[in-house]
Design a protein around this ligand. Sequence first.
Ligand SMILES: Cc1cc2nc3c(=O)[nH]c(=O)nc-3n(C[C@H](O)[C@H](O)[C@H](O)COP(=O)(O)O)c2cc1C
Length: 349
Amino acid sequence: MKLPSLKIRNLESRFPVIQAGMGVRIGNAVLSASTIRLGGYGTIASVGLGDIEKSKTDFVNESNRVLDEEIKKARQLAGGRKPLGVNIMVALSNYKEMVEQSVKSGIDFIISGAGLPIPLPEYVGSADVAIIPVISSGRALSVLLSAWKRKYNRGPDAVIVEGPFNGGHLGFTPEQIEHPETCSLEIIFKDVKQVMNGMGYGNIPVLAAEMVSSREDIERALAIGYDGVQVGTHFIASEEAGLDRKSKEVYVKAKRKDVVVIKSPVGLPVRVLKTPLVERVLSGSREKFSCPYRCLRTCNPGKVPFCIAKALLATWKGDVENGLYMAGCNVEGINEIYPLENFFKSLEN
Ligand SMILES: Cc1cc2nc3c(=O)[nH]c(=O)nc-3n(C[C@H](O)[C@H](O)[C@H](O)COP(=O)(O)O)c2cc1C
């Protein structure tokens, strides 16, 4: 079967693949531009890009400055080609500023999850930017789209559905995570389609984000009815991903049994690898840290056992002892550090 292209708003890619915007600095200019060149949608993760010292005194402006730089760099590396997007989590304390900066920097699409992105259409305004919410249930989508319709008369340009096995933050209760069969991608798809059809968005693409490591996985998602996929975990070990090689090797070595779900300072469950930091947290200890710049609206720095910004930066640097390694249940499918081209080559024909 020849894989279809993916059309979102006025954008199009050869393959039905969105590269997930993975923070901190994994989904950077290099990974996103390479994805675009190879035939997918490239996404920059907006979280944690700024210089730490400068962020301590001017978090908002420093974050905007570096995001603009990263977008320009990605455009240049992609030879000006589209579709280039940004992932902006609703939980960020500078959410509004990040959206406005992305629009100003000329981004093509914005993906937004880790909470319901209710004010996103307002912050994007009349700009020609595709808006793509990330949800994990038909109910959440219904609440979001009703609010968008009522307040802004705006619909989504695509919708991403994260399933219960995906990497990173999870929009599910602990009970649902225990019983993933109750909230499978098949079940959520039916609910989501019902909501979309009911609201007149039947032709808008719906993408699956969970455990895609191969062409077969994409075909499985298409067979359910999805229009494409978002790939996270599998791209972490690509040569192009932004993190240090020592950290990529952690993913290469990881087995399914190393994947656990813990409570994140973001306020949601998060799926990660059981590395030394996670072992310490699970045993009840609290890391020493002072909150440098209140990056999350939803975090209580006086209560949480570790600083997620610091831990994700440690991963980026290759500090295995102190890093937080977010990963999906397909991590065992990563066998080596590989050129991204290998993945996209397997999608041809
Ligand atoms: C290391 C890592 C970092 C991530 N960072 C973000 C992020 O910054 N914002 C976000 O909305 N989702 C983030 N995610 C979730 C991904 O966007 C994506 O939906 C998910 O990885 C798809 O599932 P998969 O990992 O099984 O492919 C992250 C996931 C991983 C594994």
